[in-house]
Design a protein around this ligand. Structure first.
Ligand code: NAD
Length: 477
């Protein structure tokens, strides 16, 4: 046996699992093809996109100050400096991970690994003479993540057609950009490019942006994006792309008048697929479901007793924080902790647009789909002193409440900073708080976090800033 545990994939799920396993006393090897640790999230996903969204936010806020009588000259943009700053963020975090691996004696192996059987990985060359090397292990945690979905109609070998990776490299500020897919990536990157000065259009095949997210949360974002973007085409698909040298000719199909249009660049962000192919998993006993996810139980065990899987490759939602928690569960289970299970009541999700949208636990849409009876308590940010003071009154905070137990089972927020605010809701839901507990917890004034307390008060009929006497009478009855 070369090592007790191999973690395959150095993203936020993989390194969390490797570090936890090492802390629990296991001998760990972490295998990744990349020279740097961090995976998609750190190297070309969550972190660089948030660095660029930080720039977009600063620019939007500076513009917004015109409403308060303060205006600035047009900003001068130095793309090379912006790229360098983004790169510095990545390098710092990735360097930190390398140091942490060293301190924990986690062996880093730079190679492409393919299963030969349930306990052997063949390490394929990554520019080094590894072709004959094999790694034998007791257990393996598969943390290989996901990659962009590719659609035949959108395959065009042109640098003008980008995926999230190339879009994050900021090759230039295109005069016009078509974003295909009105999901997380499309809207976040569309926001960045629009702030930098591109004319951004979005084409989404369903009847709304961010399909699956509660419509009342999406509405304020849609309204704002209609101003920031050139166009948002719903119920529309791209059927063909053609390279016209200085632009991409796009043929659209849907509720749109002019079907053939030209854009300087196109960003394709139509979803992600688990990276479970090409790994030799057929030589193990692991089962793969029809969508490509490795089937796991609550301890992250696959059908093969030697193999665990976590993160994007092990199922939805494809979010880094879910991967990290699953990784820790897998490490604990392998180290012999019989109680280790992944059993959350609430996994938060955040779309880092402006305004942000965040939710956790049960959503109203899911409750409707399940025909589950819930009560919904809402607080419109127009009634928040802080929201008024910062000119962000379009927000909304709502709790989803179980009518019998009066426990909060879900929360949805749209508004500036919603991604930070949702953490309180996660805690309340995880701890099984009742709506009254949330109302009685004193929130600091004047903050946007108050809207969580106020929404709970609306439900109880005790809100100061919203007149809802009916609700109060019902509660008293
Ligand atoms: P997504 O599933 O969020 O959105 C894809 C969108 O593309 C959907 O709205 C879908 O209806 C649309 N679509 C699909 N085919 C289309 C077509 N042919 N024409 C037009 N529209 C089409 O996927 P994504 O934005 O690529 O992001 C992938 C995953 O990455 C997300 O599911 C998420 O888990 C993760 N992610 C998370 C964050 C975050 O947490 N803030 C940010 C980026 C990505």
């Amino acid at each position: 046996m070369d090592t007790q545990l191999v973690v395959l994939g150095g993203g936020p799920g993989g390194y969390a699992a490797a570090f936890m396993a090492a802390d629990l006393g296991l001998e760990v090897a972490l295998v990744d093809l990349e020279p740097r640790l961090g995976g998609v999230c750190l190297l070309r996903g969550c972190i660089p996109s948030k660095a660029l969204l930080h720039v977009a936010k600063g620019m939007a806020e500076a513009r917004h100050l015109a409403d308060w009588g303060v205006s600035f000259p047009q900003p001068a943009i130095d793309l090379a400096a912006m790229r360098a700053r983004k790169e510095k963020v990545i390098a710092t975090l990735s360097g930190g991970l390398a140091q942490l691996s060293k301190r924990r004696s986690v062996r880093l192996v730079r190679a492409r690994a393919v299963f030969e059987d349930s306990q052997t990985l063949k390490l394929e060359s990554a520019g080094q003479a590894l072709s004959d090397e094999r790694l034998r292990f007791g257990h393996c945690i598969l943390a290989t993540g996901s990659g962009p979905t590719r659609l035949a109609a959108l395959e065009l070998p042109s640098p003008r057609v980008m995926d999230s990776t190339s879009a994050l490299e900021l090759p230039d500020v295109p005069e016009s950009l078509l974003v295909v897919g009105g999901g997380y990536i499309g809207l976040e990157m569309g926001t960045v490019y629009a702030a930098l000065g591109s004319r951004v259009s979005v084409v989404e095949m369903t009847d709304g942006l961010l399909p699956g997210v509660d419509r009342d949360l999406v509405k304020p974002l849609h309204k704002r994006l209609e101003k920031e973007f050139d166009a948002i085409w719903l119920n529309t698909k791209v059927v063909a792309l053609a390279d016209k040298k200085d632009s991409i000719e796009v043929t659209l199909d849907g509720q749109i008048e002019e079907r053939v249009r030209r854009f300087s660049r196109v960003l394709v962000a139509v979803g992600r697929r688990p990276n479970s192919g090409g790994l030799g998993l057929e030589k193990t006993k692991a089962e793969i479901d029809p969508r490509g996810f490795v089937v796991v139980d609550r301890r992250q065990r696959s059908a093969d007793p030697h193999l665990f899987a976590i993160g994007d490759v092990a199922g939805e939602p494809m979010l880094a924080h879910k991967a990290a928690h699953e990784g820790k569960v897998a490490a604990e289970a392998i180290a012999g902790d019989a109680s280790a299970e992944f059993d959350p009541r609430a996994i938060p999700a955040v779309v880092f647009t402006d305004p942000e949208i965040a939710w956790a636990g049960l959503t109203q849409t899911e409750a409707e789909k399940q025909s589950r009876r819930v009560e919904v308590a809402q607080f419109p940010w127009a009634a928040s002193g802080r929201a008024q003071a910062v000119g962000r009154i379009e927000g909304l905070t709502k709790w989803i409440i179980d009518p019998e137990s009066q426990r909060v089972v879900g929360c949805g927020i749209v508004g500036a900073g919603a991604g930070e605010l949702i953490a309180e809701a996660v805690m309340a839901i995880e701890l099984g708080a009742q709506v009254q507990d949330v109302a009685e917890a004193i929130h600091p004034h004047p903050t946007l976090s108050e809207t969580l307390g106020f929404a709970a008060e609306v439900h109880l009929g005790t809100a100061t800033d919203v007149y809802r006497p009916k609700t109060r009478k019902e509660t008293k009855a």
